[in-house]
Design a protein around this ligand. Sequence first.
Ligand SMILES: [Zn+2]
Length: 283
Amino acid sequence: MPELPEVETVRRGIEALAVGRHISSVEVGRQRSVRRVGRDAVIHGLTDTTIVDARRRGKYLLFSLDTGDAMMIHLRMSGRVLIDEPSVARPAHTHVVLHLDQTSTQPLHELRFVDPRTFGEVVVYDPADESAVLPELARMGVDPICDKFDARVLQTALHGRRGALKPLLLNQSVVAGIGNIYADEILHRAKLRWDRPADTLTKRQIGLLADAITDILRTAITAGGSTLNDSQYVDVDGQVGSFQDQHRVYGHGGEICRTCGTGRIRRVMAAGRSTCFCPRCQR
Ligand SMILES: [Zn+2]
């Protein structure tokens, strides 16, 4: 499932290739991809508009249109945004297509929303109605990349929260954008176990955790995100990410820890999610 670094990589690709461009027409195949507002709202809301900007909050891609409306794309489990020339064959499971006009520097393009498992979404809405159409945005916690984020901000976000650290990192209303892969890598970097109760962290450990969150996410963005064998994540040009080569614990269950050289990475199931950690490094 794409997490903050993958979604940010897609955002940058859309910013480079689609912002400022006019959408001449729109095709919607699968109704499920536009279930929140319906096919007509997406087609009418996007046709003959220009994409003004490309933003991100957590795992949400947000775009302003020159009409004053906005578009949201969420990739969920298996969504992809690909930008290709019309001559490039559309992949299977292409559910929404925005036809982008030619410019002085760009040929005709199709912005394609491809989603085999169809949990993803394309939404067009009036920003004045955002709290009704996208109520989850208002509940979303701090974004560690696009908001100010440091030990103090994290301490505030965790204040009054009880229970194990990993579920709290996955809770989008605490910190936005972190999923299963990056939670494991962040906790390893911070030398904290996944089941460590959040209310037992020292001030120093909160500082280490805040630094680990920004370091891991920034490094992963630089690497273009993580592409796993099962998730098929690619950027708008169809390129895979490379941060999986830097994973220290995720996907390494049973191996000797590369950080300490002596511990063996354990893989446990916690709340239905695979969780990997080094019992020697992480306390
Ligand atoms: Zn270790």
